[in-house]
Design a protein around this ligand. Structure first.
Ligand SMILES: O=c1ccn([C@@H]2O[C@H](COP(=O)(O)OP(=O)(O)O[C@H]3O[C@@H](CO)[C@H](O)[C@H]3O)[C@@H](O)[C@H]2O)c(=O)[nH]1
Ligand SMILES: [Mn+2]
Length: 362
């Protein structure tokens, strides 16, 4: 009689991936994700009042950082980490020691596919990240590396190897990630459309990156995943992930790294207040008409061969070209430099660990 192993398979990248969650509330939402997340390490970035106690369900392996921790670990460089905005999540990317990151909001739950099966969003992101991207030539049958698909006739064989995938951008059923004006005009609209596809975003094309269901290869693109200066004391909010996505895509195009969007879906449960969102977003809605042409025309010199080098060059261009539009971009450009300095301090190339108390090992 064949013996079948009763031991559950080890989850993919179990010890190579951290799950980063920005939060201002108790993390009961993890109960629904337990089957998919329990074997992974969580990095919880607690925003807002550090004296508030965030309850984490039993059985999860996690580290939690509040504002006091961020200030203690980064010192004056903590000024680059946003306060009272989900942008704080990027601190989790910086302190992680893993190769991969998956970040998810605490109002995102397990969605079901059309067959009614629970979607393991983390597993799909990992598949997306572990298979190549094809940004140089569009494959009309979508992801050619997927089971049951391939490159179609006329696709150059010289391009079929693809390039490494740096970012996997997932989508959302139920509450779509609309901006405030759209939310106000269509308050009852829900996304019920499950599109069974993963696409590589073509080279030279920007996109609106949403941070609520996102994964990336930290070793390939981590230093570019800065979520900017948002929230408390800043003139703008809810453009953290957009800023990061524009900077990241310019750098990925320059360095030959791929970005995918599509599966997996999560179930986004909470519509935030459109009026509050409008107050946070309105400058971004106006500025993005300038910002997007800036990023579309941004070029990086050939001698920018590292993510940090590209990012510092981009910060110079932000200061020079956008600084004249508003002083905020001068502050943001400086914060981009601080972010890279802090990243390199916590992630020295020599690979020396950063002690749990944040002190860089000698
Ligand atoms: O001050 C804050 C507010 C919230 N958070 C945490 O961030 C995420 C997202 O918060 P929420 O789901 O309330 O907001 P949404 O409008 O749905 O978020 C969308 O806009 C983007 C904001 O940049 C976000 O990525 C999208 O999902 C939750 O985990 C909150 O707990 C916070 O840390 N600080
Ligand atoms: Mn939300």
């Amino acid at each position: 009689m064949a013996q079948y192993s009763k031991v559950a398979p080890t989850p993919l990248l179990k010890d190579e991936l951290d799950i980063v969650i920005p939060t201002i509330r108790n993390l009961d939402f993890l109960e629904m994700w337990r089957p998919f997340f329990q074997q992974y390490h969580l990095i919880i970035v607690q925003d807002g009042d550090p004296s508030k106690v965030i309850k984490v369900p039993e059985g999860f392996d996690y580290e939690l950082y509040n504002r006091n921790d961020i200030n203690r670990i980064l010192g004056p460089k903590a000024s680059c980490i946003s306060f009272k905005d989900s942008a704080c999540r990027c601190f989790g990317y910086m302190v992680s020691k893993k190769k991969y990151i998956f970040t998810i909001d605490d109002d995102c739950f397990v969605a079901k596919d059309p067959s009614g099966k629970d979607i393991n969003a983390l597993e799909q992101h990992i598949k997306n990240l572990l298979s190549p991207s094809t940004p140089f030539f569009f494959n009309t049958l979508y992801d050619p590396y997927r089971e049951g698909a391939d490159f179609v006739r006329g696709y150059p064989f010289s391009l079929r190897e693809g390039i490494p995938t740096a970012v996997s951008h997932g989508l959302w059923l139920n509450i779509p990630d609309y901006d405030a004006p759209t939310q106000l005009v269509k308050p009852l609209e829900r996304n019920t459309r499950f599109v069974d596809a993963v696409l590589t975003i073509p080279k030279g094309t920007l996109f609106p990156m949403c941070g609520m269901n996102l994964a990336f290869n930290r070793e390939l693109i981590g230093p570019a995943m800065y979520f900017g200066l948002m929230g408390d004391g800043q003139p703008i909010g809810r453009y953290d992930d957009m800023w990061a996505g524009w900077c990241m895509k310019v750098i990925c195009d320059h360095l030959g790294l791929g970005v995918k969007t599509g599966l997996p879906y999560i179930w986004h449960s909470k519509a935030s207040n459109p009026f509050v969102n409008l107050k946070k977003e309105y400058k971004g809605i106006y500025w993005q008409e300038e910002l997007i042409p800036f990023f579309q025309s941004a070029t990086l010199p050939k001698d920018c061969t590292t993510v940090q080098g590209c990012y510092l060059e981009l910060s110079k261009q932000v200061k020079a070209k956008l600084g004249k539009d508003d002083d905020y971009f001068i502050k943001l450009a400086d914060a981009m430099v601080t972010w890279v300095e802090a990243w390199d301090e916590l992630n020295p190339v020599g690979g020396k660990a950063v002690e749990a108390n944040g002190v860089v090992a000698k």
